[in-house]
Design a protein around this ligand. Structure first.
Ligand code: DMJ
Length: 647
């Protein structure tokens, strides 16, 4: 090894040494006095320096450069000048924030960071005390954990706990014995195929179809995203109609494309619940295919942030990605809508049943409890409730839009629990009693109608949406208080009749969106913007329930009239479209094939011409989008988070 030339101590250059030679000149064994003195001086200066450093430099754990954050603590050997740009910027930022938090009584950011640093230093010291073997074992365990986590991520979501499949009966067939009825049923099946095939061809993957433009249709209720709403909504109809190829196609699309991770869309909680979660759960129960259950649960998780409000009443809309919720701008005083937050119970109870996660059940029970505590003007539920204050908004009560399915779900919660949820039944009975007293009237021409309560007076107008109530009254007749079953069945029949009149008094034999009972008018629309028909199901839904409970042939007759009118006036080469004026013999189209046309309208028509053993009503309860969910015999099941059922 070559030793570098020594620097002259006295100004005289010492000759360079040859390789292998000692570093000291051999001709002189001792140092001169002056040289000794200089060496001593250097040595004493060095000792003083070390001594000073030991006593006077700040404690390591308090050193400024440790105020940078955890990663700096974990690499404490990095000197400040070697810090990266970001670390330096962060150091500055921390200092500024520290200044801001000083003197407010709370532990300063600096204290918190210091505590973190000390903990990390302690951990580091402990690590250093460990033997090499122990450290290697720890590293190995950590490696295994990371690999496991990666595997889990690749394998997708955690499998759900196995739960017994509730009794599922009558999921197919239902062929009617009479050939004439079978012929009608076949026609409905053909209409379903036309609607589906057209969507398959022109709108596949979009939420809905524009049957005239022959392209996909997006709506704001699904955040203008492409979530395949028609596929999910139509699945169970396809299944019960025996359209198995189509069902398989839909299932494949769902398996490959229905993924909510990272979907940056602000969706309606209500619509996603009734169409997507309801549709997926029904498809799962009918077909037994796990994928539908998994997708329903994944989506439900994304809706949960909507409940993060001061009262627990959910926002109307939630962004699936950020979880940020808000209400419709048009809703009274920033309110949530009764028919929206009140139409979650059926699906959420099933979600808790299938996942073992009590959160869904708790969310809907919390809503129920909160409502039970509130004063109700005249015993009526206003349509608007502010989720921040927990106060009612405008006093507007309706059994149609904004209110409708809240009442429906009270009754169906009771039915779905195998009639054990008596609290729901009682709430339904009380609500219906108030509705009958304040909203239901007979017109001069003898038509029973359900009006709307607006700021202290009754508006004598009924919506197409309200027509579902005929079916609801019939469904709730059995089990009504004071043995009023006959009364409610009769009320259902009267509403069915009125709604049929609203169809029969038009040119197209299709019902308008809203109709009046005022100034000599009976069951007809007045305003131009109430004359449209958008393939809605409610009137046919009521015909079907009435048929099941009475077997009066007029309901099949009325249903057939409606089916023929739809086929004649709404059918186009690219599917089915809504029409803008049911009183015009030359109607224009709205160019939308609604997903509920496949989920509800065609399903109820098909069931109307099927035998009663297809989806029998003692085993199935239809959600508000006509997705059948099986009765959960809660007498035998205790939902996590619930009390055992009382009979
Ligand atoms: C459907 O989406 C549901 O029935 C909902 O409850 C209200 N109405 C539409 C169809 O008209």
């Amino acid at each position: 090894m070559t030793t570098p030339a020594l620097l002259p101590l006295s100004g005289r250059r010492i000759p360079a040494l040859s390789p292998g030679a000692s570093s000291f000149p051999h001709h002189r064994a001792t140092l001169r006095l002056s040289e000794k003195f200089i060496l001593l001086l250097i040595l004493s200066a060095f000792i003083t320096l070390c001594f000073g450093a030991f006593f006077f430099l700040p404690d390591n754990s308090k050193h400024k450069r440790f105020d940078l954050g955890l990663e700096d603590v974990l690499i404490p050997h990095i000197d400040a000048p070697k810090m990266g740009k970001h670390a330096r910027e962060r150091e500055g930022a921390v200092r500024v924030r520290d200044e801001k938090t000083k003197g407010d009584g709370k532990p300063s950011l600096r204290d918190k960071i210091r505590a973190d640093h000390e903990r990390a230093l302690q951990e580091a010291k402990e690590k250093l005390r460990k033997s090499r073997a122990e450290l290697q074992a720890e590293i190995q365990t950590e490696k295994v954990r990371v690999v496991e986590e990666l595997k889990k991520k690749e394998a997708g979501p955690r499998p759900l706990p196995p739960v017994p499949m509730p009794k599922v009966v009558g999921v197919s067939d239902g062929e009617p014995p009479e050939p004439a009825v079978k012929e009608k049923r076949d026609k409905i099946r053909e209409m379903m195929k036309h609607a589906w095939d057209s969507y398959r061809q022109y709108g596949w993957g979009h939420n809905e179809l524009k049957p005239l433009a022959k392209k996909g249709h997006t709506t704001n209720i699904f955040g203008n995203s492409q979530m395949g709403a028609t596929i999910v909504d139509a699945l169970d109809s396809l299944y019960i109609m025996g359209l198995h190829e189509e069902f398989k196609d839909g299932q494949e699309w769902i398996e490959q494309n229905l993924d909510f991770t990272g979907v940056n869309a602000e969706v309606s909680v209500f619509e996603v619940n009734i169409r997507f979660i309801g549709g997926l759960l029904a498809a799962y129960y009918l077909s037994g295919q796990e994928v539908f259950k998994l997708k329903a649960v994944q989506l439900a998780e994304k809706l949960l942030p909507a409940f993060n409000t001061p009262t627990g009443i959910p926002w109307a809309m939630v962004n699936l990605k950020s979880g940020v919720g808000r209400n419709w701008g048009w809703a009274s005083a920033g309110s949530s809508i009764l028919a929206e937050f009140g139409t979650l119970h059926m699906e959420f109870v099933h979600l808790t049943y299938l996942t073992g996660n009590p959160v869904y059940y708790q969310k809907v029970m919390h809503i129920r409890k909160l409502l039970a505590k509130m004063d109700r003007p005249n015993g009526l539920y206003p349509n608007y409730l502010n989720p921040r204050t927990g106060r009612w908004g405008q006093h507007h009560t309706s059994v149609g839009g904004l209110g409708d399915s809240f009442y429906e779900y009270l009754l169906k919660a009771w039915l779905m629990s195998d009639k054990t949820d008596t609290e729901a039944r009682k709430t339904y009975d009380d609500a219906i009693e108030a509705i009958e007293r304040h909203l239901i009237r007979k017109s001069n021409g003898g038509l029973t109608f359900i009006g709307e309560w607006k700021n202290g007076h009754l508006e004598r107008k009924m919506g197409h949406l309200t027509c579902f109530a005929g079916g609801m009254f019939a469904l709730g007749a059995d089990g009504s208080p004071d043995d009023k079953a006959g009364h409610y069945l009769q009320l259902g029949a009267e509403i069915a009749h009125t709604c049929h009149e609203s169809y029969d008094r038009t040119v197209l034999k299709l019902g308008p969106e809203a109709f009046k009972f005022d100034s000599g008018l009976e069951a007809v629309a007045v305003r131009q913007n109430e004359k449209y028909y958008i393939l809605r199901p409610e009137v046919i839904e009521t015909y079907w329930y009435m048929w099941r409970f009475t077997h009066d042939p007029k309901y099949r007759q009325w249903g057939w009239e409606a089916a023929q009118a739809i086929d004649k006036y709404c059918r186009v080469s690219g599917g089915f479209s809504g029409v803008k004026d049911v009183y015009s013999s030359n109607p224009t189209y709205d160019d939308v094939q609604q997903s509920f046309f496949l989920a509800e309208t065609l399903k109820y028509l098909y069931l109307l011409f099927s035998s009663d053993d297809l989806l029998p009503l003692d085993s199935w309860v239809f959600n508000t989008e006509a997705h059948p969910l099986p009765v959960l015999h809660l007498g035998n099941i205790t939902l996590p988070g619930s009390q055992p059922a009382q009979r």
